[in-house]
Structures are given as structure tokens and as C-alpha cells.
Ligand binder design. Structure first.
Ligand SMILES: *[C@@H]1O[C@H](CO)[C@@H](O)[C@H](O)[C@H]1NC(C)=O
Ligand SMILES: *[C@@H]1O[C@H](CO)[C@@H](O)[C@H](O)[C@H]1NC(C)=O
Ligand SMILES: *[C@@H]1O[C@H](CO)[C@@H](O)[C@H](O)[C@H]1NC(C)=O
Ligand SMILES: [Cu+2]
Length: 616
């Protein structure tokens, strides 16, 4: 048996290494042409482990490039550090299925240190399978170390999605991967615009760091300065670490290569798996990007030169391979805290020699028209996501909102009982250059989210009455949140089937926040950058004067959207998916500090499966 399989496996291995991809994804029976026929049940077996990049599985990587592609070798940028991994890969296994398939993932938590885990399926709304949303302490108890749990749900949202850990900060250390749901030609409104849509054109990008995420987040909370990022990865590969071996030869991990053939039009699916305040702008030299979808939802096509992605955003674009057949740089440039980094991949036309590189200046940063600029400032070279329009037939009318919730995002100086700034030992009032540095606390409506130790979806009735709060309850309680952080379980109750309008205002001119809603799409009615210290009161005043415009006709849909500094974003959704849905900033360090709340949408939720993990 062994003898029979091995030659076949190694041939496959070599064949797929040429394309820079992994056998197990391409081998899966669910990766097929989507014809709209019988859905399949797609099974996956995942082992989650504490592991290491540049382990012995990497042999002579990067001095021998072939070795960097070996099974169990996680090269990252050639730097050896602890990682968390699914099946000893980074990014983890890609799930690629057809619309309406059933996805069944058996997760075996084998993390060291007794760490618990849960997996969120980012982009899926989990209607009828609310218990599968994978948010530790909201929809489930995390899976304890040594235990297994099987997630099972239907691939109802077509498009480019991803999966990632939603326990602690494990996502940043490697528990993430792509989740692609393709449609039949008849269902895909943009099918006529491209020729190819295959796994080789799925790209995940993120920053990497020499430190583990827990080190970065606790250092930030404790006022200890360390590097939060040391480079950028394209599909798990970075080239910015120069290594030398005993023979004094130097080498770096090779660029990620994407292959195209002249005359073909390719659907690219790009996912930002960034951990933190690291927006990434992607472009391809000499090529326009025709954007056709955001966060999985189709938009009317628009041509741009580059796209800025915040953590958890996805963009699909079509690249027409109509240039001289050679190599071109794929540029992924960091912004804000990642501004010093740029990573390069290679777009290689068929017929170009392997190992050859593009001729153009590798240090250049791309210019031209940008979609989703981090400033959200309007000028002739920028397109805001709210300027795009939905390409699907509208089934629902959200032109009348039943209720509006104002969500004020802020980053403030506050003392926090257990960490950050202790009210007595190291209060923020004493922070300064001669004492200790200030750590700001990101908040929503002055509240720091505190999760109870039990999952809300199944056990919310057991939560102590006094620990709940929202803006209104704080007002009546007369709690003063201006010095000490108000830590409580921030909950907004929503009646079934209401049309909910959310107005996000990012008050302080500090950083943009990519806000993510679980269980729904936001319809993005409008956004703008206003002025430094723009407040909810300012918004209400302008709105009353009719100076705020809303696109009620065909707003684009997103599940993660950046709220610009000193600006606002207006979103709506119909609350027809009962449950407990987390809404939070997708920056790890902000989420860890409590920039989150839960929407409780009333209505019946099916009982949890008997196999749910337990805690407390
Ligand atoms: C490598 O470089 C060091 C320092 O320049 C030198 O001492 C050593 O002999 C070199 N080793 C080889 C194998 O060339
Ligand atoms: C938050 O607190 C500040 C005072 O520190 C107050 O001006 C503001 O109105 C509060 N915001 C909300 C949404 O309650
Ligand atoms: C929302 O408002 C519409 C129009 O006023 C009304 O018909 C509908 O009953 C309201 N829905 C809910 C759930 O309150
Ligand atoms: Cu944030």
C-alpha cells in the first residue's frame, strides 16, 4: 500500500509545488465546477496544535527553495517562532465548496498549555445553526484542549470568506484560512466577466511578527514597547528576513508566485487576515483591478489601481492578463502601524522562465486610484466603499428604519481595575514621559465589553442581572465612566424583524476601526470623514438639517467595514436572524481591550446540539 501511494503522492506534491499550492486542498472532492446540481457534504479533519515555523520539517529552507514547500514546513518569512497551526500549515487548510453544500469540520484541539479553541466562519450568517458561529463565550464554550468538536453548517453565503480562531488571540498566530463558496454560472451575476476562478488566485495577506500575539497584546496593555509587526505575508510567505548559513551564503524565502496565461481574465479573491492596525494596500504592476465583490457580496464593477484592506475585509477583482507576457510585481503595502513594510509577490505569465523576477523597481509603492482609502477622504483618486452599488436584485426594502442605534467609537484614557491603568498603582493621570506611557482604551458608547464566563446564546438567563449594560442603563445608574472604565456586558436588544439602523461615529482622531457584525450583512448607506472630534451630537444636528445623505436604493453589503477617524458610517440590517450576535472591532488588541458588544435579536433559536462543548 505504502509503495503504491508514495510515488503518486510525491508526483502530486511536486506538481502542486510548481503551482505553489497544497495537495490536500486541490484534492478535495468538493472543489469542483459548481453547476447548481446536488449539493455535497464536505468533510474536513483539522488538528490544532502548538507548533513552530522553520521547524526541522523545513530542512534547508530557504537555502533550498524546494524545502520551503515540504509538508509541515511553515516558512513564514524564514524566522523561527512558536505558531498555532491547523494541520501544520499557514494559512490553514482552504475550504472551497459550492453554494448550498454542507460543511462539516471535525476540530481536534491538541494545543499545549491546556488552551481552549473555537473557530468562527467569517462571512456566514448561521441562520438556523446559530450555535455554529464559533465565538467563544458568546455562541459556545470553547473546545477544551484534548477535546474534539464538529462544526456543521450550510454554505449559504456565496463569495470569498474565511475562517479563523475566535478564542483569545490565536488567529494572529496562525489559526486562519480561506473559505470560498462558488456559484453556478446562472447564479453568479459577474460570470460573463471572467474566464478563470480557481484556487491559485485566492490570496490571503497579513502582517507577521517575531512575537506571539499574546506578547504583543499584553505588552501594549502593560506599557511595554515591542514591535507589533515585522513584515507582511502573502499566502503565508514573506521575503524580508535575510538568513545566512554556515557557508556564509544568504537567502530569503521566495516570493509567492501567481500564474496567468495571456488573454485570460482571472477572478482574484483577496482576504485580509491582518491581526491588528495594519491596513494593507494591494496592487499589480501594469494591471487594473476590476472590483466585482466585497466581503462576498457582488457590486457593480469598478476599475481601480489598488485596494486597501482592513482586517477581515475581502475583495474580489478581475485581472485581465492583457499585458506583455512577463513578470509583474504584486505589491502589498502596509499602512498606519505597518507603513514601513511592503511585501512583493510575482504575477507570472505563462512562458516566462521560472526563477525570473520583474524588472521594475521593487521599492516603489503603487499610486493611482484607490478603493477604501484608510482616511476615507474624497478626492478624484479615491473611491469609498459606500460609493459602490449592490449588483444583486434587492429582495428586501430597508428604506424605513424601525430603530436607530448610535454607536460612538472612541479611544480614551481610563483606569481599569485589573490591568492597563490601575486606579491607585499606575493611574493614567500620572502617565507621561518621566513616569510611564499611556495606554488608551478603545470603547463603544463609553463601555468596555466584559464577557461572562458562560456562552450567552445558550445561557444568557444565568447571567447576573447587574452585569448587563448599555448606554441607557448607564445613564440611569449615574455611573461615571469618565475616569474608571465602565466594564460590563454591553447588550443591545433588538425586536425580531425590525429594520435596524446603526450610526457609527468615530469621534477621536486616532485610528479607523474595522467593525464586524456576526449573523448579518450591513447594508452600507453612507460614510464620510468630517472633522477632528466629530461627535454623535454633530451627526444628529447635520442629519436633522438634511445634510447627511443615505443611499436607500442599492447600498453595497459588507460584514466588516472601516469607520474613518473623525467620521461616520451608516448601516442597516433587517433583524430576521434570531440569536446573540457579536459586533466588534476586528483589530485584535482593540477587541482584547473590550471594543465589542452583543446584539440580542429576539426569536426562536434551535436548541444546541448535544455535542456542544461545556464550561463552568
Ligand atoms: C564566514 O564569515 C566569517 C566572518 O566574516 C569568517 O570568519 C568565516 O571564515 C566565513 N566562513 C566561511 C565558511 O566562509
Ligand atoms: C461618554 O462620556 C462622555 C464624557 O466622558 C460624554 O460626553 C459622552 O456623551 C458619553 N457618550 C455616550 C454615548 O454616552
Ligand atoms: C417597522 O416599521 C414598519 C413601518 O412603520 C412597520 O410596518 C413594521 O411593523 C415595523 N416592524 C417592527 C418589527 O417593528
Ligand atoms: Cu478598533
Amino acid at each position: 500500500m505504502r509503495k503504491l501511494i508514495c510515488p503518486v503522492l510525491s508526483m502530486l506534491f511536486i506538481a502542486t509545488v510548481v503551482q505553489g499550492y497544497w495537495i490536500n486542498d486541490l484534492d478535495h472532492p468538493c472543489l469542483r465546477e459548481c453547476t447548481g446540481g446536488e449539493p455535497m457534504t464536505c468533510e474536513y479533519d483539522w488538528t490544532i496544535e502548538s507548533y513552530y515555523s522553520m521547524s526541522r520539517a523545513c530542512y534547508q529552507c530557504p537555502f533550498n527553495e524546494f524545502d520551503c514547500h515540504r509538508p509541515h514546513c511553515i516558512p513564514m518569512a524564514g524566522y523561527a517562532r512558536p505558531v498555532y497551526s491547523v494541520n501544520r500549515r499557514q494559512p490553514g487548510p482552504s475550504i472551497q465548496v459550492c453554494e448550498n453544500d454542507i460543511i462539516r469540520v471535525r476540530v481536534h484541539n491538541r494545543l499545549q498549555n491546556e488552551e481552549a479553541e473555537s473557530i468562527h466562519w467569517h462571512g456566514f450568517h448561521m441562520r438556523g445553526t446559530q450555535h455554529m458561529d464559533g465565538v467563544s463565550r458568546v455562541t459556545q464554550c470553547p473546545i477544551n484542549a484534548g477535546h474534539d468538536f464538529t462544526y456543521e453548517f450550510k454554505a449559504e453565503q456565496p463569495g470569498t470568506h474565511w475562517w479563523h480562531s475566535h478564542a483569545g488571540v490565536h488567529r494572529a498566530d496562525g489559526i486562519y484560512g480561506s473559505l470560498i463558496v462558488r456559484q453556478s454560472s446562472e447564479s453568479d451575476p459577474h460570470r460573463a466577466l471572467y474566464d478563470k476562478d480557481d484556487p491559485y488566485h485566492v490570496i490571503t495577506i497579513k502582517e507577521w511578527s517575531k512575537s506571539m500575539a499574546i506578547t504583543i497584546s499584553t505588552a501594549g496593555q502593560s506599557g511595554v514597547a515591542i514591535n507589533a509587526n515585522d513584515g507582511i505575508l502573502i499566502n503565508g510567505r514573506g521575503t524580508n528576513q535575510v538568513l545566512s548559513n554556515s557557508g556564509n551564503t544568504t537567502a530569503t524565502v521566495d516570493h509567492h508566485v501567481v500564474y496567468v496565461t495571456s488573454g485570460q481574465r482571472y477572478r482574484f479573491r483577496v482576504i485580509s487576515a491582518a491581526n491588528d492596525v495594519c491596513p494593507l494596500s494591494i496592487s499589480v504592476d501594469n494591471h487594473k483591478l476590476k472590483v466585482i465583490a466585497m466581503d462576498g457580496a457582488p457590486v457593480n464593477p469598478i476599475d481601480v489601481d489598488r485596494i486597501t484592506l482592513f482586517s477581515a475585509e475581502r475583495y474580489d477583482f478581475i485581472l485581465n492578463a492583457d499585458q506583455r507576457p512577463t513578470n509583474y510585481w504584486i505589491r502589498v503595502a502596509g499602512l498606519i502601524t505597518c507603513a514601513q513594510h511592503q511585501e512583493l509577490g510575482i504575477l507570472r505569465y505563462a512562458g516566462t522562465p521560472p526563477g525570473s523576477k520583474p524588472m521594475s523597481d521593487k521599492n516603489l509603492r503603487a499610486g493611482g486610484k484607490v478603493l477604501n482609502p484608510e482616511t476615507a477622504l474624497r478626492d478624484p483618486e479615491t473611491v469609498l466603499v459606500s460609493d459602490l452599488t449592490d449588483a444583486d436584485e434587492k429582495e428586501d426594502d430597508l428604506s424605513h428604519a424601525n430603530v436607530t442605534h448610535y454607536l460612538e467609537l472612541n479611544a480614551v484614557s481610563r483606569n481599569k481595575a485589573k490591568s492597563v491603568h490601575h486606579p491607585v498603582f499606575y493611574p493614567y493621570e500620572l502617565a507621561g514621559t518621566d513616569t510611564y506611557s499611556l495606554t488608551n482604551l478603545p470603547i463603544i458608547n463609553n463601555i468596555t465589553m466584559n464577557f461572562p464566563g458562560i456562552p450567552l446564546l445558550s445561557h444568557w438567563r444565568d447571567v447576573d442581572e447587574a452585569s448587563w449594560c448599555n448606554k441607557d442603563s448607564l445613564r440611569t445608574s449615574r455611573k461615571d465612566c469618565s475616569r474608571e472604565a465602565c466594564e460590563c456586558t454591553h447588550r443591545i436588544d433588538i425586536k425580531y424583524n425590525q429594520v435596524v439602523e446603526l450610526v457609527y461615529v468615530n469621534t477621536l482622531n486616532l485610528v479607523p476601526h474595522p467593525m464586524h457584525i456576526h449573523g448579518y450583512y450591513f447594508e452600507v448607506l453612507g460614510m464620510d470623514t468630517m472633522w477632528e472630534y466629530f461627535t454623535v451630537e454633530d451627526f444628529k444636528r447635520l442629519d436633522a438639517q438634511g445634510k447627511i445623505s443615505r443611499n436607500l436604493k442599492n447600498p453595497p453589503r459588507k460584514d466588516t467595514i472601516m469607520i474613518p477617524v473623525g467620521g461616520y458610517m451608516i448601516a442597516r440590517f433587517r433583524a430576521d436572524n434570531p440569536g446573540w450576535w457579536l459586533m466588534h472591532c476586528h483589530f485584535d488588541t482593540h477587541f482584547a481591550l473590550g471594543m465589542a458588544l452583543v446584539f440580542h435579536v429576539e426569536g426562536p433559536v434551535p436548541p444546541p446540539p448535544a455535542s456542544m462543548p461545556v464550561c463552568n
